[in-house]
Design a protein around this ligand. Structure first.
Ligand SMILES: [Zn+2]
Length: 228
């Protein structure tokens, strides 16, 4: 095999491995950020759920205060009727007004109590959400040192392979390679008689030349064509 092509293939493989490992590292960082965000969102849901329970308790307490007030008024109306003190029709009106208000407050308290069940269930669910999100963050954090170690070790190996491949390439070829690398990977392969990178067709004669060990570049994008 042409040693230049061999070195080029090794350089391309090392560059792709480095890019893959760097992307993997970024993805991992992104995952950590997403998990932290999910945890914050879950905590916010819990805060809202707890606030809804507090609001429900306050509403129940307000209704109960109102209920007692109406009950007091009702008692005084009943007393007025029993003792025939004052205007009896006014006392009757007050009595029915009190009954209506009491019924209203009692219904409201019942509704709030029913609602409270749902509110309490929501708090329990939110607590579980926070617990799960916290666990996911912890797991990711715990696993990070090992991941980082594997990733960085693999990258160091690929970087050393890159250095070795570069030292095996003549300077001119290397300059061309580096110039091409500003637009992505500098080498590519042929798939279905076409350049994998730009899809320009590669003539059968050129493919035969490549197979026999000649270094060729794509007519479309200029990348080095390696046999796959
Ligand atoms: Zn091409």
């Amino acid at each position: 095999m042409n040693p230049e092509i061999d070195a080029l293939a090794r350089l391309d493989a090392a560059d792709r491995e480095i890019a893959r490992l760097e992307a993997e590292f970024k993805d991992r960082e992104l995952l950590h950020r997403k998990l932290e965000e999910a945890k914050k969102a879950a905590e916010l849901v819990l805060v809202k759920a707890e606030a809804a329970v507090v609001a429900n308790k306050k509403a129940q307490s307000d209704r109960n205060v109102s209920l007692h007030r109406w009950a007091d008024r009702r008692r005084s109306a009943v007393r007025a009727l029993e003792t025939a003190a004052g205007d009896p029709s006014a006392a009757e009106r007050q009595l029915s007004a009190c009954d209506a208000a009491i019924a209203d407050d009692e219904n409201a308290v019942l509704d709030l109590m029913l609602e409270m069940d749902a509110r309490v269930a929501a708090v329990a669910e939110s607590n579980k959400g926070v617990h799960d999100a916290t666990e996911a963050v912890g797991k990711a954090r715990d696993g990070f040192p090992a991941f980082r170690n594997v990733n960085l070790t693999a990258k160091a190996k690929a970087v050393s392979q890159r250095t070795s491949a570069r030292s095996d390439l003549p300077r001119e070829l290397l300059s061309k390679y580096d110039l091409l690398s500003t637009k992505g990977f500098s080498a590519t392969t042929i798939v279905s008689d076409a350049c994998r990178a730009c899809n320009a067709s590669v003539a059968p004669q050129m493919q035969a030349d490549i197979r026999s060990g000649r270094l060729e570049t794509c007519r479309g994008c200029g990348r080095f064509l390696l046999s796959s």
